[in-house]
Structures are given as C-alpha cells and as structure tokens.
Design a protein around this ligand. Sequence first.
Ligand SMILES: [Zn+2]
Length: 312
Amino acid sequence: MDTIRLEPAPGIFCFRQPMGARYLQFYALADGDGFTLWDTALPGVVTGWQDAGQLGRVDRAVISHADADHLGDTAALRARHPQLKVFCHAADRHWIEFHGVLAQARYDHARADHSFGYDATTLQGLWDACGPDFTVDGTLADGDILPIGSRRWTVLHVPGHSPGHLALWSEADGILLASDAVLGFGPPTPAGIPSMPSTHQFIADYLATIARLADLPVQQVLTAHWPFMTAQEFTGFLALSRQRVMLDLETILAACGRQPQSFAALIGVLNDRFRTWPEGEDANYMYALSGSLEYLLAQGALAKDAGLYTAR
Ligand SMILES: [Zn+2]
C-alpha cells in the first residue's frame, strides 16, 4: 500500500498512507503562501509529512467531521503554527473539541441501551487517536463560501455519517471534497473489498445526503478512504451507498419478523450475511444498526420491548 503525495487537481494535494487494512487520505489546499487543510488525519500524520518536507505552513484547518482519523493531528499542528485557525460544523463541534465526549457519545453510544460496544482497549485506542483536545475557532454552515487559492468552495452540510458532516464543493471545476459523507459498502482494501462495515448512522439524513450529492454536476470526487472518483464512478458509489441502507433495513426487518432480536443478535445477523472483512471489524456495524433501528422504530415498522426488537 502506497504512502504517497498526489495532486489530483492544481493546488489540491492528497496525502495517502495505510491505516490498517485500508488507507487514509487528507488534503492540503494551496492558500497564498501556506495551506488550508481539509482534515488533519491521525496524530503525527500531518506533522510527519511536514517533517519529510512534503508540506509547508498550515494556516487553517477545516475538519469534515468528528472522527479520530480526521482530527487527530490538530493539537500538534497548533503547537507548531500558533496562528492556525480551526473550523467545523456546529453539530460536530462539541465532539471535535472534547474527545472524551466523542469516545463516549459516538464510539460507545450503544453501551447504555444495548450493553454493546468495543472492548476497553479498542475504545481507549480510539480516544488516544483523537490526540489532545483543542478548541475550534469558528463554525461553518451550509452555503458558506470559502475562497481558497483560486477556488471558491461552497460549504455543504451533508449529515448521516455524523450529525455535522461537511463537504466542500468547487462548482467552477466540479470538484467535491466529500471525506466520509457517503460510504458505499464500507472503506475498501487496496484490492477494492470493503474492509469494514459502512459506518453511516443517521439514516434519514444519510439518504437525503445521498440524494443531494446525486444532483451535483461533479467532475471529480475526492474522499478520505477511496480512490479518486470520476462522475460516473461517483454515481455508482451513491447507488451502492443507498443500496447498503436498503439491504440493512430489509435484513433487520426479516430477522425481527422471525423472532424478537437483541442488538447483539442483529449485529451477528448483519455481519454473517454481509461480512467481507475480518470478524474483528464486526462491531463497527453498530452505527448502521443503531441508526437503522431508530429509523424503523420511527416508521412504526418495529416495536421494542425489554431490549428486543420485533417486526410489526
Ligand atoms: Zn468518519
């Protein structure tokens, strides 16, 4: 798997390196004589590229959403560049600033209701991967315009994977910086096989985001864990992302129609049917399962009693 700096379009630099079975990409946008970052990856990653002479001064960082691998090097960057200004969407701000809250409310969200979650070591590892807490300087909202270098980026609020997920859209050349806004069947291995379950969670929002992005006249889509996509590839990717949601809903409803199911049992049902990843990744289905259950309960398609779900 390559560790490589690419330039998918003039002034847009992509830094790609392995992260377990998949790869992680963050982007630097040329901005005057410095850079605006789109995500800050994991602790040591961005600063590591700087130490290797591959990236210059960073003046601003826009964080697409509250996940360790998108914000982890921010505190170290701020120590290195005291002028650094950090931005995100208001709905993810609290998690981005307070990583103990992020670890509990996002990575351990199924504990209270379902006694389900990562083991303690994994959970601590996710928290550590957020790096030290840092403050956000300002928030961005849908429709805001960010001039960076020669481009005018429109901020898009595209929730579903997280409540405050952002994307950046350059209408003039059709470039979409999507980060993890849409997730297909899950981030792939270099061979293109989903390496873990898709971690979208908020289903109604996610479906609306998929539909909205389908209407953008994209030329090139740049994400955090996938190869660069053409317009045609992105159309297929959006279709897959929608199909993922529908298959999960169908599978959950069918299982709950046979007999009442616990959260943990449904994690097993989904992974047994769809797993293309090592079993150690199975727990990552909890986000899509939580969201799907909430969605089906709201629609009246499921009932919940004593922690068990039954089809109605
Ligand atoms: Zn993410």
